[in-house]
Design a protein around this ligand. Structure first.
Ligand code: NAD
Length: 370
């Protein structure tokens, strides 16, 4: 792709900051513009290592501010977009659905309209342009759990908890206000492609994990509570299954899709890595207990006694409203068409993630107290 000026929205968030770092370092000839409102979930400390690079610009802006979006498209001669900005936490969407409709639906619409109005009046039109929208597997709704027991999977084993998977052709069936807002934004993206010819691509990714994830999502929240000796809340009986993908493997897919993905297409991205929430919690406890035993210098980050790190911390709480039983992706299309494959086995990825949080407690304090 010979793009020169790429806007990454939500670049100060979890996945966005990894995408920004990858593109700034890998494409020194591109101008990478990180457009972010800096909500509670957006933190520029995520990008300290690249903030002074000459091909990087940060713009604080709200995607709902249409006039501002138009200005940014014109000022930076934007020819590529990777749109990640969103409200992303399901529990928050249950408490406050309006904020999700505003940012995820109206914000995406405002950003799309700015792209369209800028691009369609250029002499070259949409030639060489890309509008890449990052969506979620949650828009497809829930799959059944037909295999009750399963072991922690690795990529070669690919244990599964059911015989159905989300494909690109699966019908939308969102259940939470979060997934409903993401589904609605997807429909606008497809409508802009079909109605105006905007060159769009959409991907649906499964649950990401890795460094810089805000400590309200399952894995970083569990790590934080273990280090503080607090209870580990597990919804229902912990049997809900998610398909976990290391964030850097997602980034690799994003890079392939914006460069080689076919316009107007949809690609599903999954980790070949289904696991029950309760097993994720147990694995996190086991990994931290092992690190504390074998590398006692890490005990400096504990705010509790090391002997408290056990399954006794697990506390089953009332199930999330409308909690989907199982998400599982069939990523065959992106594997066969673009040659993508997740490289990070789950046991390695989770240990790397836990070590990152142990080494970056200052970051945790900072983002929680900003
Ligand atoms: P995040 O909550 O960590 O980050 C979201 C970012 O968007 C933040 O930096 C925030 O400041 C910014 N933002 C929010 N509202 C904005 C607005 N109105 N204008 C400009 N910026 C705004 O989210 P994440 O987990 O990194 O997810 C990024 C994207 O990937 C989202 O679109 C999400 O739906 C999608 N996704 C996430 C996952 C996952 O497991 N985290 C899986 C699949 C898809």
């Amino acid at each position: 792709m010979n793009r020169r000026s790429i806007v990454i929205t939500g670049g100060a968030g979890f996945i966005g900051s990894h995408v920004v770092r990858l593109f700034v370092n890998k494409y020194p000839d591109y101008h990478i513009i990180n457009l972010d409102k800096l909500t509670y979930a957006g933190n520029l400390t995520n990008l300290k290592d690249i903030e002074n690079k000459p091909n990087y610009t940060f713009v604080k802006a709200d995607i709902c501010d249409f006039e501002m979006m138009l200005k940014i498209f014109k000022q930076y001669h934007v020819d590529g977009v990777i749109h990640l900005a969103a409200e992303s936490h399901v529990d928050r969407s249950i408490r406050d659905p309006f904020t999700f409709a505003r940012t995820n639906v109206l914000g995406t619409l405002s950003f799309l309209q700015a792209a369209r109005l800028t691009w369609e009046y250029l002499p070259e039109g949409y030639e060489g342009k890309r509008f890449y929208h990052i969506s979620t597997d949650e828009v497809y709704g829930a799959l059944g759990l037909t295999y009750p027991e399963g072991k922690l999977s690795d990529i070669s084993a690919h244990e599964v908890y059911g015989d159905e998977f989300f494909k690109e052709t699966t019908k939308y069936n969102p259940h939470s206000p979060y997934s409903a807002s993401k589904a609605s934004s997807d429909h606008f993206v497809h409508a802009f492609h079909d109605t105006y010819g905007v060159p769009t691509i959409v991907t649906h990714c499964s649950n990401n994990y890795g460094p810089y994830q805000f400590p309200e999502k399952l894995i970083p929240l569990i790590i934080k509570n273990i280090l503080e000796g607090k209870k580990l809340p597990v919804y229902g009986d912990g049997s809900n299954v998610r398909d976990w993908l290391y964030v850097k493997d997602h980034n690799k897919a994003v890079d392939m899709v914006i460069n080689n993905g076919r316009l107007g297409e949809v690609y599903n991205i999954g980790g070949f890595n289904e696991e029950k929430n309760i097993n994720i919690v147990k694995l996190t406890i086991d990994t931290i207990a092992k690190i504390m035993k074998e590398e006692p210098e890490y005990r400096r980050v504990l705010k509790t006694d090391v002997t408290k790190i056990s399954y006794d911390l697990i506390s089953y709480v009332q199930d999330r409203l409308g909690h989907d039983a199982r998400y599982a992706i069939d990523p065959e299309k992106i594997v066969t068409e673009l040659g993508w494959y997740p490289e990070t086995p789950f046991d390695k990825g989770i240990e790397q993630t836990i070590r990152w949080y142990l080494d970056n407690q200052e970051w945790v304090e900072k983002v929680l107290n900003k």
